[in-house]
Design a protein around this ligand. Structure first.
Ligand code: NAD
Length: 390
């Protein structure tokens, strides 16, 4: 159980790039990082508009001289301070992640980066090599993975409770962009522009989330080949898709499916993962994150509840309040940031034992997300054909 105990000798001196006033995702980064006293926000380059970024940083209580006009200025100035930043989170539009992440690693910082990590596998591998050679961690905010019942699913699958895994059915299909909302909304506008969003919209923006959940739950399963088709139902979004279907063959003969969509009219998130084995299935839905459905063929379905003593001990490690009280996305993100901090601290102390026991979305997860999108786009743009997974 997480109870606010001190887990690192000192809070990590931390900054943000992006996540400024009015951004969608900035607040949950701060809330998650600051929840368990593992990070201390001391600096930031919060906004593409320097004046707005400075005003926002000071409104958060930062010293005005540590609210910078740009990330370049921040990394250079903080490197000169004895109490300079040790880590940075990147919460800017996709097209900037690669350059900022690279600059941060070169500046000797640990990084938490938004997904997608970058646009190409080549860039992702370069970042991975840089992180390894500089002995820095890169955490990637696949935030849903911090939900306790994802760990429960992983443990049950590893225990063989589902039998042989046959099918992994996934979707993240919301309806918020069923119309061209980008005409009035800047945060959607960059998402449908390849210059800022990269080679895909919904595959990278939402599809990679359940894909990462499947990687956590099924660490042994590897994709062998896939077939993807993508569409732009709002025509002005072409060549970027607002809907995509991806079929996957795994090396063990299992099949996978991911529906990624922003035009599932009437749906909220619609993020679900169902893992189907020869004996039973598990299903988790992010709009009801405190429940996991366990369905054994021929028996009544069971709903496993977060925080209950019948869960696997590894799932209960992340509990914060006990069953019945609802936990949500903010707790899930806090569970990830908590691990990011422990990983950064353990890396600095070269504590390999602690690092090997720690699971979190790391640079490898970031690379795999980019790889999946790249393969999906390759298949879709060749006419929706099966391609070997590269
Ligand atoms: P947004 O457009 O709402 O906000 C982007 C912020 O970054 C703004 O404050 C903007 O001023 C700032 N910014 C842009 N360029 C900058 C630069 N060069 N330097 C400093 N600040 C800069 O975007 P958002 O919806 O918050 O998304 C940001 C990132 O978070 C994206 O990569 C997106 O994919 C990701 N995201 C992840 C999740 C998740 O669940 N992990 C959810 C939403 C968004």
């Amino acid at each position: 159980m997480i109870n606010g105990e001190k887990r690192t000798a000192h809070p990590i001196r931390w900054a943000m790039v992006g996540g400024g006033q009015g951004s969608q995702i900035g607040y949950i980064h701060r809330s998650a990082a600051l929840r368990d006293n593992t990070f201390q926000l001391v600096a930031g380059a919060f906004d593409i508009d320097p004046a707005r970024g400075k005003a926002f940083g000071t409104s958060l209580g930062l010293e005005p001289q540590r609210c910078y006009d740009s990330y370049q200025e921040m990394f250079a100035a903080e490197a000169l301070r004895v109490d300079g930043i040790q880590a940075v989170s990147i919460a800017t539009p996709n097209g900037t992640h690669y350059a900022i992440c690279k600059a941060a690693l070169l500046a000797g910082l640990h990084v938490v980066c938004e997904k997608p990590l970058c646009f190409t596998v080549e860039e992702a591998v370069e970042l991975r090599e840089l992180a390894v050679s500089r002995k820095k961690i890169v955490g990637v905010t696949y935030g849903y993975a911090g939900h306790q019942l994802i760990e429960q699913a992983r443990a049950m699958i590893a225990n063989g409770e589902l039998g042989d895994i046959r099918i992994v059915n996934m979707q993240f299909a919301h309806g918020f962009h069923s119309e061209a909302v980008e005409e009035a909304n800047p945060a959607t506008r960059w998402r449908v522009d390849p210059r800022f969003a990269g080679p895909s919209y919904v595959l990278g923006d939402v599809g990679t989330h359940p894909l990462y959940l499947s990687e956590v739950m099924l660490p042994e399963m590897k994709i062998e080949s896939l077939m993807c088709t993508r569409q732009s139902f709002v025509k002005s979004r072409a060549p970027l898709e607002d809907n995509a279907y991806t079929l996957m063959r795994y090396t063990n003969g299992a099949m996978g499916f991911v529906w990624s969509s922003a035009v599932n009219a009437g749906s909220m998130h619609g993020q679900k993962i169902r893992v189907i084995g020869s004996r039973a299935s598990l299903e988790w839905w992010d709009e009801h994150p405190n429940q996991l459905s366990f369905e054994i063929q021929g028996k009544p379905a069971q709903i496993l509840e977060r925080g209950m003593s019948y869960l696997h001990p590894s799932a209960l490690l992340d509990d914060r309040i006990g069953g019945g009280h609802s936990e949500g996305l903010f707790e899930a993100w806090s569970n990830l940031y908590y691990r990011f901090a422990i990983a950064m601290d353990a890396t600095d102390r070269d504590d390999q034992e602690q690092l090997s026991a720690l699971r979190y979305p790391d640079i490898h997860a970031g690379v795999e997300g980019v790889r999946w999108v790249e393969n999906c786009v390759r298949s879709a743009d060749a006419g929706g054909v099966w391609v070997d997974y590269q």
